[in-house]
Design a protein around this ligand. Structure first.
Ligand SMILES: NC(=O)C1=CN([C@@H]2O[C@H](COP(=O)(O)OP(=O)(O)OC[C@H]3O[C@@H](n4cnc5c(N)ncnc54)[C@H](OP(=O)(O)O)[C@@H]3O)[C@@H](O)[C@H]2O)C=CC1
Ligand SMILES: CC(=O)[C@@H](O)[C@H](O)COP(=O)(O)O
Ligand SMILES: [Mn+2]
Length: 379
């Protein structure tokens, strides 16, 4: 029996992780669940999976649910509660599925406690990749990718030697506004931006997909997960999201991973690795798919992808600034405060002002994150 904890259990990845658990009765014991504000769903999950520890975003929310939890469930809240669920249970694997760089302290705590990480929370690797990967290396902890592209690359690299790899290509769907010109982007609404063509995901990542920030974050995530230089990482527009990504080897051979877009496949692979088990996903029929399409990325159309490559190559606190500016800008867009194109504008203006700190330690990263958030909130 594998013991797991899920951070962000009420979200898109969190609920699909629990779907995978339910698919394999007797295989997983859920030791801990951490949610934000969706207490009714957390209570249902607690009744069903009987975790030993649960956490919610605030003390007030915790008090509201205290009496409704199954007897014996330990209840926590806030940043410390998230860390308690990440590091303070008997789980051997922690699925990190909260949104944003707020996931960093709990991910570090889980690694420090020797837990394997099923990593969905890409912002953590973007903001502090050198710290997270170094801690994982020291602790002998695996960072098992859940992000579909990175799971694909991870699967393609299985049994291969890194010195044989020429490069990798991350595929990008193009998001909700793939075929719109920049002129047409001026008037798009939040509702339209939330309509991803292929994936049903949380709001923030769906917007990131439309701005191509998601692919930018994924480029930096891939750099840290696979130890590749930025010149070895490419992005290709692939509207169908069927080829999830591929690796090109020195001899020109290409190995790709394919499947219908269904996050339960990469989630399950991270939980069962190196084994494979049956999945509820619909098997891919290439005959049914008919044809697959590809386009070079247009960096004028998607300037955030260019900015992400630049920040990744620059290193230091540049990726932290890129990520924090984006998190604030997306939250403002979702609240209806700014236009879609203002997201890009805020990121670019934050980066223009940014003074890069080389090889930042954790306090320097936290300081940069704080400072950028304050700036991006009023730009
Ligand atoms: N969705 C997807 O298909 C994919 C997602 N990812 C990555 O996975 C991560 C999660 O994405 P997604 O599932 O879409 O996001 P969602 O917005 O759907 O879920 C976020 C989760 O975080 C929880 N949360 C919010 N605040 C807190 C807090 N203070 N303490 C504890 N938990 C909190 C939310 O709780 P509540 O709802 O209760 O407030 C929710 O459970 C992101 O980093 C994303 O980039 C990567 C690849 C694919
Ligand atoms: C499912 C997943 O991994 C998302 O990160 C997905 O990649 C979003 O799709 P695009 O960013 O390619 O639109
Ligand atoms: Mn992805």
């Amino acid at each position: 029996m594998k013991k797991i904890a899920v951070l962000g259990s009420t979200g898109s990845i969190g609920t699909q992780t629990l779907d995978v658990v339910s698919m394999h009765p007797g295989l997983y014991q859920v030791e801990g669940l951490a949610a934000g504000a969706n207490t009714s769903l957390l209570l249902e999950q607690a009744q069903h999976y009987r975790p030993k520890k649960v956490s919610v975003a605030t003390k007030e929310l915790a008090e509201q649910i205290r009496e409704q939890l199954p007897p014996g469930t330990e209840l926590y809240w806030g940043d410390e509660g998230l860390i308690e669920v990440a590091a303070g249970t008997e789980a051997d694997t922690v699925v990190t599925a909260v949104m944003g760089s707020m996931g960093l302290p709990s991910t570090l705590a889980a690694i420090e406690a020797g837990k394997q990480i099923g990593l969905a929370n890409k912002e953590t690797l973007v903001t502090a990749g050198h710290i997270v990967t170094e801690k994982a290396r020291k602790k002998g902890v695996k960072l098992l990718p859940i992000d579909s592209e990175h799971s694909a690359i991870f699967q393609c690299l299985n049994g291969e030697r890194m010195q044989d790899v020429a490069g990798i290509t991350l595929t990008a769907s193009g998001g909700s506004f793939r075929d719109l010109t920049r002129e047409q982007l001026k008037d798009v609404t939040v509702e339209q931006a939330l309509q991803h063509p292929n994936w049903s995901m949380g709001a923030k990542i769906t917007i990131d997909s439309a701005t191509m920030v998601n692919k930018g974050l994924e480029v930096i995530e891939a750099h840290w997960l696979f130890g590749l230089s930025y010149d070895q990482i490419r992005v290709l527009l692939h509207p169908e999201s069927i080829i999830h990504s591929f690796v090109e080897f020195k001899d020109t051979s290409i190995i790709a991973q394919l499947g219908n877009p269904d996050m339960r496949v990469p989630i399950q692979y991270a939980l069962t690795y190196p084994d494979r088990m049956v999945s509820p996903a619909k098997p891919l029929s290439l005959a049914e798919a008919g044809s697959l399409h590809f386009r070079e990325m247009d960096y004028e159309r998607f300037p955030c992808l260019r900015l992400a490559f630049e920040c990744g190559k620059m290193g230091g606190t540049a990726p932290t600034a890129f990520n924090a500016a984006n998190e604030v800008a997306v939250a403002r867009f979702l609240r209806g405060e700014i236009s879609f194109l203002a997201i890009e504008d805020i990121i670019a203006r934050v980066l223009d002002r940014h003074h890069n700190t080389v090889n930042p330690d954790l306090p320097a990263i936290e300081a940069c994150d704080h400072e950028v958030r304050a700036t991006a909130a009023v730009l």
